[in-house]
Design a protein around this ligand. Structure first.
Ligand code: HEM
Length: 381
């Protein structure tokens, strides 16, 4: 069975591969499908590296390094540890909770517009709008720039897993350089990143720009897809939607189950720093490991009846936010936004119809799972 394109549902392929070829070599790319194996690789950052710039030719690496340093997502310790604690201190769950009232206000406004319109596109009217507005406000950039951000975010999401998009990275870096203010005492993320200090170490301009770009790339499309995928899954399960309207306390369970069942990030990568063996397959130094989180999240050895959507399931150890030292820094924000979006949606929308998306509506990405549009009609009963 060949590797599906983004237009095909990958889940049947995963199931087949977990059974027949859980570790599958294709040239220097090793595809890995089982939960336990992926977990082992993600927790061994000494042997399995995220630092892909080390593999690029010198010319390409120099071009990328001209305007930004690699983001924490693409660094190994010790630099990863230092930078993660620096940015982490400006991105704590506590500072995110402070945004709850504003996120609710935005979500309520967007959902009300959907109810008024009757026919809408969930993606452009709600699930895209909420994360981009929240992150723009957190970064302290004006809402009027949100169209530029959408364009950049789309371009970078498409380039993920297909090689860096240098032009877009340069444009974004130039944009953020102008926002850096070392003397600012503002409360937005850019000002805090510009002034944060640890053991006498501050973030350089390149590091600030690199981190702001990462927040946009890692935080937007992913959370958009989480909200859209949740609404699609609820449409397939009207009984769960009814439960949710009666008992909003099950909403966090719906969010977790969407993360598992339709994981917004289907895969991530590492490369091997050693010659070794994984699941009986010989691995050579510099082989690329494609780790299918979306497959681990349905692995029958971990999740009973993993192919069905069940927010009441007990086993919640999904890997949608990764695992180990690179565990998603934005997980509390993504969970908060999705929970609030679903709370406001279910309060205002008694029932809804959806035009099932076609494969062409899937976003054009080998890594992300989501839809470009999802037409919805509100039932007013
Ligand atoms: C890392 C998924 C939302 C910021 C990751 C990783 C995954 C992931 C799988 C680890 C990748 C790896 O180990 O190679 C998701 C999903 C999201 C989401 C599914 C939404 C549903 C966000 C948001 C932000 C964010 C909202 C911030 C605004 C980050 C950062 C990292 C990261 C900074 C890198 C952490 C590190 O390398 O130490 N995310 N993410 N993410 N995510 Fe998220």
């Amino acid at each position: 069975m060949g590797i599906p394109t983004y237009k095909q549902e990958p889940f049947e392929w995963y199931r087949e591969m977990r059974k027949s070829s859980p570790v599958y070599r294709e040239g220097n790319m090793i595809h890995i499908f089982k939960y336990k194996t992926i977990s082992r690789i993600l927790s061994d950052h000494q042997n399995f590296s995220s630092q892909f710039r080390d593999l690029l030719g010198e010319e390409m690496a120099a071009m990328l390094n001209e305007k930004t340093t690699p983001s924490i997502l693409l660094l190994d310790p010790p630099l990863h540890t230092t930078l993660r604690s620096l940015v982490g201190s400006a991105f704590t769950p506590r500072s995110i909770e402070l945004f709850e009232p504003r996120i609710r206000e935005l979500a309520r406004m967007l959902v009300h517009a959907i109810v008024e319109k009757e026919n809408s596109d969930v993606v452009s009217d709600l699930s895209y709008q909420l994360p981009i507005r929240v992150i723009s406000e957190m970064l302290g950039v004006p809402e009027s720039d949100s169209e530029i951000f959408r364009d950049w975010s789309d371009k970078l999401a498409t380039s993920l897993g297909r090689g860096p998009d240098i032009e877009t990275q340069y444009d974004m870096a130039d944009y953020f350089y102008k926002k850096i203010d070392r003397n600012s005492n503002g409360n937005n993320l850019i000002s805090r990143l510009s002034t944060v200090e640890m053991d006498g170490r501050k973030l350089s301009d390149k590091e600030i720009a690199g981190f702001a770009i990462l927040l946009l790339v890692a935080g937007n499309e992913t959370t958009t897809n989480l909200i859209t995928n949740a609404i699609l899954s609820l449409y397939d399960h009207p009984e769960i939607y009814d439960d949710m309207r009666k008992t909003p306390s099950i909403i966090p369970g719906v969010v977790e189950e969407t993360l598992r069942y339709r994981s917004p990030v289907q895969s991530t990568r590492r490369y091997s720093k050693i010659d070794t063996e994984i699941g009986g397959e010989e691995i050579l130094k510099n082989d690329i490991l494609a780790l299918y989180l979306g497959s681990a999240n349905r692995d029958e050895e971990v999740f009973e009846d993993g192919e069905s959507f069940n927010p009441y399931r007990k086993e919640k150890r999904h890997m949608a936010f990764g695992q180990g030292i690179h565990f998603c820094l934005g997980a509390p924000l993504a969970r908060l936004e999705a929970r609030i979006a679903l709370e406001e949606f279910s309060k205002a929308v008694p029932g809804f119809e959806i035009e099932k998306p076609s494969p062409d509506d899937r976003i054009d990405s080998d890594i992300m799972y989501g839809f470009r549009k999802l037409n919805l009609k509100v039932n007013r009963s």
